[in-house]
Design a protein around this ligand. Sequence first.
Ligand code: RTP
Ligand code: MG
Length: 262
Amino acid sequence: MKLSFGIKDASVSELARRKPKIRTWGAESQQPDGANVVIKMERSLVIIKPDGAVRRNIGASVIKALLDRGYKVKAFKEMKVPEQLAKAHYAVHDGKPFFPWLVQFITSARVIVLVLEGEGVIQGVRNALGATFVQKAAPDSLRGRYGLWAGINIAHASDAPETATSEIQLWSQSGGIKESADAEKQAREYVAKYMRGDKDYTADIRLLIESAIKNHDTSDNVKRALEKALSKDASGIGKDEIRALAEAIMVSIREEIGRSSK
Ligand code: RTP
Ligand code: MG
């Protein structure tokens, strides 16, 4: 008696008719009707950039938003990025006018590096982040909501399967990123420790940046005000990191003033 219409029961033409629902590399699983379905189990390298990692609640909120999308955390590491690694990671932008600033920004203070795994995770995280420039990102995207200004935009995420593979390889070899059974727990503990709804100073910091640009004010007062605002939710983070991040923001402000004065 036939109890199921499993893979062994199907004729060759029936098997040919049953196309995988999602066609990509990855894990195979069997559907109730016995057809093999390839699940698009991808990985993405995500970096919470210094503007997210120094503002603890913001970094935790971004990680929580990504976990809520159902992705698994395969690796988790809080670290300062060595200059060479920053240059290698963003090598595709080497030679562009913003490259020196980008390296300065990403190495200014700690970041949180995650390897996320899940169905369609690469495009899913990119969608959740929103457009590259904060002013262009949808207000309900993570960059639109938490980004500070222009390229000071909270997080990096791999943009294609090939870049995900090469970025994960680079960060494993040169950044000490390791897959660990503990990674998911570490990410969840970070969220539990630092996510505090009342500690979002994004609007205040944006106002400081926007008014500095409007008034062409690049004085030390602006930098000090930025340092003060960034310190409000930076528990356990040294003054040197906060200063370096504020300086990277100042460079961005000076460049924008320079552009708008031309
Ligand atoms: P990411 O690589 O960091 O995920 O960002 P993305 O793909 O959305 O954008 P991409 O074009 O790869 O640029 C990398 C990062 O460089 C900074 N940027 N600044 N001032 C500028 O014109 C400029 N252009 C890019 C941003 O931090 C951007 O995320
Ligand atoms: Mg990119």
